[in-house]
Design a protein around this ligand. Structure first.
Ligand code: AMP
Length: 216
């Protein structure tokens, strides 16, 4: 199974991709996680990507398409299904993915759009922290207490992403509207789009996605 997860920053697509990859025995490529790992390593790719990410901008398409091609080639060689979380983010990226999959006659099965109103996204992102140990993203709506621990693994090593500040978040919403929104139309026309409400408990949202996937 080959899936694309679409959604604005803070829509919960990363969380859902993590849960569903386990339940469906898939692997996942999160381009945001990959770029953050490169930034931590201070690799040339990481340094370049950080210039864009810290301003809420998109990393250029040519860089992203190269990364995608390498990763998807690996997945296809291993014969495992995958979820793309955070790719494609632009029409050229979507077209490059389609062209690549068409060549190997391995089309996408679905594009899942996780829909959340913007006020709710802003509330989530400004209270979102990330666990350096396990990657979970706990939320502290009233501010993070000094003794807060990760609800997933118990680590105290929690940090706020540099691009999760109010100003950068608003910029990322702008970028989403301008560059990523057209993908909704693109996948709708391909007949691949499934809209899922991203409001409610995490498990409820997972079940909504599972219901859609079972019907395919
Ligand atoms: P995410 O974790 O998906 O919110 O991504 C964090 C940041 O990484 C984005 O704001 C972009 O700067 C960059 N990024 C991730 N995926 C892509 C992509 N497919 N195209 C361009 N930039 C990306």
């Amino acid at each position: 199974m080959r899936l694309v997860f679409l959604g604005a920053p803070g829509s919960g697509k990363g969380t859902q991709a993590d849960i569903l990859k386990e339940r469906l025995s898939l692997t996942k490529l999160s381009t945001g996680d990959l770029l953050r790992a490169e930034t931590e390593k201070q690799s040339p790719l990481g340094k370049k990507a950080a210039e864009y990410m810290n301003q809420g901008k998109l990393v250029p398409d040519d860089i992203m398409i190269d990364i995608l091609k390498k990763k998807v080639t690996e997945f296809e060689k291993e014969g495992i299904g995958y979820i793309l979380d955070g790719f494609p983010r632009t029409l050229p990226q979507a077209r490059a993915l389609d062209a690549m999959l068409e060549k190997i006659e391995a089309p996408l099965d679905a594009a899942i759009l996780i829909d959340v109103p913007e006020e709710e996204l802003l509330r989530r992102l400004t209270s979102r922290w990330t666990c350096r140990n396990c990657g979970a993203t706990p939320s502290f709506p009233g501010g993070k207490p000094d003794d807060a621990i990760c609800p997933n693994c118990g680590s105290k090593d929690l940090y706020q992403r540099e691009d999760d500040t109010r100003e950068t978040i608003l910029k990322r919403f702008d970028v989403y509207r301008k560059n990523t929104y057209p993908l909704i139309d693109y996948y709708e026309k391909n007949g691949l789009l499934h809209r899922i409400s991203g409001e409610g408990e995490i498990e409820e949202i997972t079940q909504r996605i599972e219901t859609v996937l079972k019907k395919m």
